[in-house]
Design a protein around this ligand. Structure first.
Ligand SMILES: O=P(O)(O)O[C@H]1O[C@H](CO)[C@@H](O[C@H]2O[C@H](CO)[C@@H](O)[C@H](O)[C@H]2O)[C@H](O)[C@H]1O
Length: 658
């Protein structure tokens, strides 16, 4: 410890300050610290915080949190993207000490003689503030309160009354006398744009948008056909459209349908097998079109309010130009061959892993060049494939190098891995992280998962995909349409950022074999044209539900929050309930989701109303955004969910004004 007063356990601080805490513009960030001192004198604390353009630090006075905990808190709201810092300043608060002394001594029946010194101390404190050049406006007010304290002709109550009055207290609080000022360590916050925390993602393969020809054959899609698809995606309320790799696909060791190891000349191969004669990571697959076509797609997406996210998979097909040009970037085995990549037990026979240690200088700069190339073409979101198989310091270097040029760039880590690595990557700079959500299906698992991601919010932001081309969870394989609906409801409301891989809205659920999470006829290895319009017309589509969920998410700022997530008690293991509150607007939402896709479930929901900003016994207006019904709710509420009608309630709570 250093400094006159104690300042401990500051939050948000990530890894003892090695990495910046995460925030987005406009986010209410709770700053807390344990601040303590010897003896009985009062202390106070201030957050001194500074934005990227601030020449002078902003000061926000902290308040005591709880009673007797010596814990102090304040909220700061960064209003600009970039690097912010904050520091806790603790100081002795003589005005607070004086207030306390006077109150308790008078309450104990002490008179003016006992309080003589206190009265003079109070007067001199008032004089000190009144004398400040920048307090000219309040000078008369403070001086007259000081005079009253010194006026021995008045009864004691009248001597102290002006100094204890609200107007004087306000000035003395806002412009305090600070003694024994102790400055804490400076901590970092990186503030991203809002989409870093809040957004709805939709993943589709541009190559699957070509439709079917007259012979019934799937036609390879292009950026032009993919562009047409954007209207439907935007209409469903998504904000980010994510494409698997769009680069030339290797021909050597190309995979065939259903992950077979022999491909016919017509087989498209996996887009993650990046690189061929036509180019590598900065090239476009010729069948998709040209860079100009890509630019046009990005522009159209922008018009529709969509942002394009590209996959960034650092690996190479054996015929990737890097393999020939830079053999030093790959590990050669004793027999002269390069081993293919693996993510055990998965085998990626069509790609070589890159060795980051053989020529870091050359490789790092080439990779940076590639990312900046796409950033120059308007891509500011990258979904990074398998980052946990590459060195951590490489990611830290790359992410912050890119942000030096394009600070608004966001990186989603596809690291389904051990928690230390998942959170480690987030701390290094990844904006968002895939999570274990797809595998959390039971009530208790979901509660633990939700609380875990909430409690890591300063360092990692979860992106809850309901499915991916690699993950068709068994619950979706066997749960029927109701399961698709409820999983979407959970993902869209539990986390400010969620995602859907196309085909979900068509309830695609056939696995390649029992026990596998791989789709049958996976789009990873072949084209998969889909007739969304027909399904919608026939009532076989989840599109209306996805649209509704995204609409509700936008209408309720509470659902754009994670810090305020709180699970509420509901008496039924097939029902899970939680609340969220937006600190800015006060918007408050309670979500109840049924985990049973087939049967009606009912239970009593007990709300922690004070936590939600209401009194314990208050009756509130509860409006369900799903069914459109409005109820009168209080502490205990009967809830029934019938999957054929609704798998979830998303209920906005409002104070009942009489
Ligand atoms: O390893 P993960 O399960 O995290 O999956 C990600 O990375 C894989 C490798 O890039 C990728 O796998 C797909 O592409 C491979 C290379 O073409 C191919 O060998 C695999 O069979 C195919 O699944 C996966 O899609 C991606 O999400």
């Amino acid at each position: 410890m250093s400094g006159r007063l104690g300042i401990d356990d500051v939050t948000p601080v990530v890894s003892a300050g090695r990495y910046p805490a995460k925030a987005v513009v406009g986010e209410h960030i709770p700053v807390q610290a344990t601040v303590w001192r010897e003896g009985h004198d009062k202390l106070a604390a201030t957050v001194s915080w500074r934005g990227p353009n601030d020449r002078v630090a902003r000061q926000t006075r902290m308040h005591e949190v709880g009673v007797g905990l010596d814990r102090w808190g304040a909220t700061v709201v960064p209003d600009l993207e970039g690097a912010w810092t904050f520091r806790i300043d603790a100081w002795s608060d003589p005005w607070g000490t004086w207030n306390h002394a006077v109150e308790v001594k008078i309450a104990a029946g002490q008179g003016p003689v006992d309080l003589a010194n206190d009265l003079e101390i109070g007067a001199s404190l008032l004089d000190r503030v009144a004398r400040r050049p920048d307090r000219r406006q309040e000078r008369a007010l403070l001086t007259s309160a000081a005079e009253a304290l010194r006026d021995t002709d008045r009864p004691l109550a009248e001597r102290v009354a002006p100094a204890l009055a609200a107007d004087v207290q306000k000035v003395m609080f806002e412009h305090p006398v600070r003694e024994l000022i102790t400055k804490g360590r400076t901590h970092k916050i990186w503030c991203d744009r809002k989409k870093a925390a809040f957004g709805s993602w939709y993943e589709f393969f541009p190559r699957s948008t070509g439709g079917i020809d007259e012979t019934g054959q799937a036609v390879h899609g292009t950026f032009a056909t993919a562009t047409k698809e954007l209207d439907r995606v935007a209409a469903m309320g998504f904000d980010v459209v994510y494409f698997p790799p769009i680069h030339p696909i290797g021909r050597v060791n190309r995979k065939g349908p259903n992950n077979t190891l022999v491909a016919s000349p017509e087989d498209t191969g996996s887009p993650w097998a990046i690189g061929a004669d036509e180019g590598g990571h900065d090239a476009i697959h010729p069948q998709l079109g040209t860079i100009e076509d890509f630019d046009a797609l990005v522009a159209r997406a922008k018009d529709l309010g969509l942002e394009v996210a590209l996959d960034f998979a650092l690996q190479c097909a054996p015929d990737h130009p890097w393999v020939l040009k830079h053999p030093e970037w790959f590990t050669t085995q004793p027999d002269g061959t390069i081993a293919y990549a693996e993510n055990p037990p998965k085998k990626y026979q069509d790609i070589y892993p890159i060795n980051f240690d053989l020529d870091p200088q050359g490789l790092y700069h080439e990779v940076l060049r590639v990312v900046l190339f796409w950033a120059e073409h308007g891509v500011r979101i990258f979904r990074v494939d398998n980052p946990h198989t590459k060195p951590p310091d490489f990611w830290q270097w790359l992410i912050w190098k890119v942000k030096e040029v394009y600070p608004d760039t966001l990186f989603l880590a596809e690291a389904f891995t051990r928690p230390a690595r998942l959170y480690g990557l987030a701390k290094l700079g990844f904006t968002q992280s895939y999570t274990y959500f797809t595998w959390r299906t039971g009530k208790q698992e979901l509660i633990e998962f939700g609380e875990d991601v909430r409690d890591h919010w300063d360092e990692a932001r979860p992106n809850l995909f309901v499915n991916t081309p690699d993950i068709l969870h068994e619950s979706l394989q066997h749960g029927g349409p109701g399961m698709f609906g409820l999983r979407a409801a959970l993902a869209a409301t539990l986390s400010p950022t969620w995602g859907v891989y196309s085909g979900y809205e068509l309830f695609e659920h056939e696995a390649v074999k029992p026990g596998s999470e791989e789709y049958l006829n996976s789009e990873k290895y072949q084209l998969r044209p889909r007739d969304y319009a027909r399904a919608l017309a026939d009532g076989r589509s989840l599109e209306p539900w996805l649209r509704k969920l995204n609409h509700i998410r936008k209408a309720h700022p509470a659902l754009q929050q994670m810090r305020t997530l709180k699970f509420q008690s509901i008496e039924n293991d097939a029902l899970v309930a939680f609340s969220k509150r937006d600190p800015e607007s006060g918007d408050t939402v309670v979500v109840v989701v049924s985990l049973d896709p087939n049967n009606a479930q009912e239970g009593t929901l007990y709300l922690d109303l004070p936590e939600l900003g209401f009194d314990w016994h208050e009756r509130v207006i509860a409006h369900d955004e799903v069914t459109g019904e409005t109820w009168d709710w209080g502490q205990a509420n009967y809830v029934r969910l019938e999957p054929w009608r609704a798998t979830a309630h998303v209920v906005g709570l409002q104070r009942r004004f009489s």
